[in-house]
Design a protein. Sequence first.
Length: 693
Amino acid sequence: MFTLNTRIRVSAANRRLFSSSSNRLAGQNLVEKIVQKYAVGLPKDKIVHTGDYVSIRPAHVMSHDNSWPVALKFKGLGAKKVKNNRQIVNTLDHDVQNKTEKNLTKYENIKNFAKEQGIDFYPAGRGIGHQIMIEEGYAFPGNLTVASDSHSNTYGGIGALGTAVVRTDAAAIWATGQTWWQIPPVANVILEGELPKGTTGKDIIVALCGLFNKDEVLNHAIEFTGDAIKHLPVDYRLTIANMTTEWGALSGVFPIDETLINWYTKRLLRVGPNHPRINNESLEKLRNNKIVADNDAFYAKTLRIDLSTLSPYVSGPNSVKIGTSIDELSSKDMKVNKAYLVSCTNSRLSDIKSAADVVKGNKIAPGVEFYIAAASSEVQKDAEADGAWKTLIDAGCIPLPAGCGPCIGLGAGLLKDGEIGISATNRNFKGRMGSKDALAFLASPEVVAASAVLGKIGAPEEVLGEPCKRATQVKKTVIINEKQIESDNSKTESNDSTGSVLEGFPQLIEGEIIFCDADNVNTDGIYPGKYTYQDDVSREKMAEVCMENYDADFGKKTHAGDIIVSGFNFGTGSSREQAATAILARDIKLVAAGSFSNIFGRNSINNALLTLELPELIKLLRNRFEGSEKELTRRTGWNLKWDIPKALVTITNEEGNVILTNKVGELGTNLQDIIIEGGLEGWVRAQIKKEGA
């Protein structure tokens, strides 16, 4: 049963904007159109937009080595048979070099579960799950495919909407076929100009991460547009989409165009006409039913970059937010100890061939270890047939099985203390690929291969004895659509549309604002790590220690029914669910912030805690208390009222004057149902019970 002061959550994010020409919503962008296609239980004629909460039934859900923990959660929910075994894909790819009895037992458990349930299963050695999802047509242009892995963004390279889900979501999809999603703000990234010779898709995304490094796309979906796209091969698009994760985005989607359709036409020749997903019928539908954004689609912001001004870029050390041109790094003569051509980012056939072209006729420099692994067994077979694989082996490269491996710090070839590594992977976080005292850089396969031959970070032309080409000034712009956002506020009061509210769900959420004035409040600040793995912590104890690492006086200053308001990126850090449940234990009815960490947002919904993203409110509060004595936790005297049917938030000050009204995303009845049942697991149990009855 739903109780107001212990079971609420919802992130009603960015406002949907009204067209200036009429009192209607703007058209749909590509992300919204794909979500519309896979949303279930929508009211008649409901058109979904940014900020809306929807129940989604994805085309497919993939899990990898974490399939067994998902299976245990699935069984713990009381489920015995998956809802739709054609929806689920299991792949083994992360720890494939691990031959211990414990890991092999886990792999065998996953295999047996898949066989028992009739789930499509791909064993260790077949390849990285994301590559398999594309090769085998599970992720397909215009569909929504999710995975319990952060690099499901990769599917955007072929015009699919790919996004990550947590294990609870995966178990829910296994049991019921669906989970929930809040449509994020969508950024339009315009790629202009022709990419110069010698630069690649990896250089584009490395440059984007380094040049737009102020969280411009944090928790956004991205749509890539612009005249340059038609010249970008699909492999480049896959690399770019893959690393939108590191850029901070929830997804990154390329358009469905002739370049992509031609790629699938060639793919059909490889898989044959009887493939269950890539066949003449599916390609004909693709040609005749391309999903495209409406001409009047709204984007929260627009980023523009001129590709003709790019040169090869390198990320690092130890951060994708540091982007440096190759000529600048080359001049520093930085010795390389290890090089990597592995992972779901840059281990496709074109990447292997490009690296082989650089290495051909040369040897890997003394003292350098160059590790290579194909993205899949199919890719390796093709590379062997091409001769590129032999070229790399003959040069002294060290082969690894098709899988993830050193990219995530598993298996052979990890960085040691003081070493420098350059990799064609997606992440160079400190300590991820080995020692925290090593330096990790990211670059294209060509630059990685050249660096392995040169023994230092350098460019392909240097392998030929030529000087490194000098970089030019990159042209870029950012446009945030503030005017349209402001115009939305001017029309919210005239919008009297009323949404449905289920019995047992409150019509109104209201309380005094408690201002926790800080950005990046992390989950350890919300719920101390020393309690995280204690399974017997009482609800009363959780309430007592809630936010104590952020402010020791938090418990003294807050009461049941208060509303926490904090800064930006609230809930960053560890994925512990107790960060949400501890707030619920204090009988806090709602958390509002400028923005939330995505994992905190999902954990909150899954545990029935409500949240709202209200960046304008943060600005107002900071202006109000500017110059006052700093308080980590401040009782403001301000009041927040959220009218659920009208999807309208009203803020009043100490005198009771209205100082802000804000239209927020609609809280659909499907999501209300999840909240009423106490969270996603409770909802799944209720669904299983209904079906059993």
